[in-house]
Design a protein around this ligand. Sequence first.
Ligand code: AGP
Length: 610
Amino acid sequence: MCGIVGYIGKRNSVDVIFDGLRKLEYRGYDSSGIAVIVDKELQVRKKVGRIYNLRSDILKDPITSNIGLGHTRWATHGKPSEKNAHPHMDSTKSIVIVHNGIVENYAKLRTELLECNQEFESETDTEVIVHLIKKNYSNSLFRAVQETLSEIKGSYALGIMCKYEPDKIVCARRDAPLVIGIGQGENFIASDVTALLHYTRNVVFLEDGDIAEIMADKVIIRDIRSNIIKNREIKSILWNDAQSEKNGYKHFMLKEILEQPRTIEETFRGRIYPNEGRVYIKEFGLKDEDIKNISNIYVVACGTSYHAGLVSKFLFENFAEIPTEVDIASEFRYRNSVLSKKNLVIVISQSGETADTLAALKLAKSKDCWTLAICNVVGSSISREAENVIYTYCGPEIGVASTKAFTSQLTVLYMLAFDLANKRGKLGKEKLKEYLNELWEIPLKISGFLKNIKLLQDIAEVFISKRNFLYLGRHVNYPIALEGALKLKEISYIHAEGYAAGEMKHGPIALIDESMPIVAIVVKSGVYEKIISNIEEAKSRGGTIIALASEYDEEIVAKSDYIIYVPKVNEFISPLVTVIPLQLLAYYIAVFLGRDVDQPRNLAKSVTVE
Ligand code: AGP
């Protein structure tokens, strides 16, 4: 998944583009490049590695232009290298392109172009697009792009310039995000709004099939049938630029972990009324009658969002008594699931751009299921594809490892489960008030816990030399064990595995010896005694136990080597507190190991390719 920025207007486009690329670096960061038009000629600079490398290169030999395109890459075809970095030009150096997505028929197109003696500089799929545009170009870049797009299959967000038409950028999108920023005498394009917020909050989200011409003083958008679209809504983004800055924190990830008391509150504010025993999620458009008729719920997502889905199974089944299946999106879409009209399919996605989750959503819609998206990015592809969308309102999440988005997703899922349970007559008013009050107090309880994060730092330092970890949980905290393991492995590169504690004796216990730390989630719950015995089994085989226990629990002392006390809350609500120390443990281990915490190797913030 890559990042694209484009600018045309009165400023030096190079400055605007670097501002934007810096904000998009979390989308991909193995190489970057910039293209501008100077005196009706194209100039392109590219560098491997972080955007800083390109910036340094340009500071040594500055360029100024009122129009330009920039790109930061996460390699799909062709290894990270200068020649594979975007932008790519045609052989006559008259047309230049930046691309996010995959050209699925690029091999066939490349062969056909080679047969016409076309030379290629890179190994990328993207380069075939710019050669086709040149082939189709007569005297209109728009028409050449339009013709080319009918020849390519796959996903794209594109920015294109032509030296013969130096007053415009042409852009287009299909199954990859692209947003237009509307300024005064200047206009922008970007892969997501965080790249634009410093300059404008007024944006237009392109739809699949749109092709747009971006000039300094106007924007013309045409749909897939070339009809000019006059009424595409200009949205005003509520986020401000500062939210997508570190504001003094060493890493975005730490900032976002510590923001969670506020972001959880932002997510439920105006949606729960504990004293009245009321939930009001106005975006959840299902009518009460339909809610009563839901036969099954399918929850579909990837990664951390999938773990939030696993928690929701306990909530929908325990509170609303609705049978619930949770699926990894890349499995769900190929599993030929038996779906029907009375199924509610909930997709969860922080970015709203994950390709497999988007495809699963489209499959559910094709089977006439009710569809609901839980997203964090307004105007994202998934949020616009679903019949209804509930936003998590936790602000831009820049760290590749998802933290605040996860707890905001859980918060939405709690509210939804309580709402469904109440409307289906399974949760009375008094119990509803009790659970809503529990949720209401969570931000304060997490704030209290976050006062002693030094403990997590100290424990992390003990374990930085370990090469394997086991995370154990039961019931509603089994998904949190999975999430804790994912956090550790994705930012520290240490192998970690989350396991249902009751499964240990069915094999994994063979892994345990003195070199194996075991993180066990053993908060007070209906399965407390069971997990205590799992801990004893592990400890008796030499495992080192790091226990996440409910505050004031004394029994755990003799059974653990390290104890992290978390606030005592209702067991069904406990995932909102048990995940916090696991986020911090992973964070501090990665920091001690000198990892690139916000932009770990091989990863990207949103996987918009399959
Ligand atoms: C989480 O820390 C990872 N970065 C990753 O698993 C992520 O949750 C997954 O790619 C899903 O992303 P989404 O929520 O934007 O769809």
